[in-house]
Design a protein around this ligand. Sequence first.
Ligand code: ZN
Length: 284
Amino acid sequence: MNDTVIDFNIEEVSPRAVAASYESYFSVKAGAVALDDFVVIIDTLPYPRQAKRFREELEAKYELPVKYLFITHFHGDHHYGAAPFKDVEIFGSNALIENMKRRREEGWTKEAFDNWKKEEPDFAEYIDEIEIVIPTNGFEKERIIRNNDLQMEFYHSGGHSSCSSYAYYPNERVLFTGDDLAAKSWPYVSDTSGDPEKWMKTFQHMLSLEIDIVVPGHGPLGGKELIEEQLSYLQALKTAVLKTISEGNGPEEVEVPEFYEPDEDWQISRALEHLHAYYSTNST
Ligand SMILES: [Zn+2]
């Protein structure tokens, strides 16, 4: 057994907050905050074996139990690791619970996981441990968890996907964005449940918060400049799409403003199709 394929780093981002980063999978992030009496975890990393180690290290570091797991959205790289947290309260937006229930029927089939194992045999034993754990508690717009003078805030925004949500720890000015922000990379606009207008409003809300550290869903840690960069890119992309629509042209004609290269070429065409359809039917 060679666990190096699932190695990840844990880094302190403030006295009570950490970020975990699995570089090998698009630098996907999870996070945690230790309040006075318990730890709150934000997302799980892709594999239960990773989540188990993350939990053990946090409980040892802070000498506190994990009480909550918050899931930012339904994409598997953020909650496939949830199995070791079935004894704590797992929560997210109401839309997350709906999306997960639907995807469990339609996408997360045994056949799909078997195909994944065939494609990546080195990961088979870790994939075998994955369980789809549907959160037990949902919230519509926001939730606050208080513990003495400390608190965490959770907002459902619906940008990158219809259930996308993020977590804010105001006491140490740390924001965990989930995939509303993939820092320093092409924004993943391809999920058709996503909404570019809500996404830009989400960025504006994030920018209104007092933030020193941004922990993105993917990519490097940074500050507010990471959010400003993606917001201005989404605005430029919207302008380009609206121009194309006003000229009566299809999505393939959009002049894509210069930005980071996506990981796969199809991401651009799918994003343009989604945005073109969206702005053809939604007034702004
Ligand atoms: Zn992701």
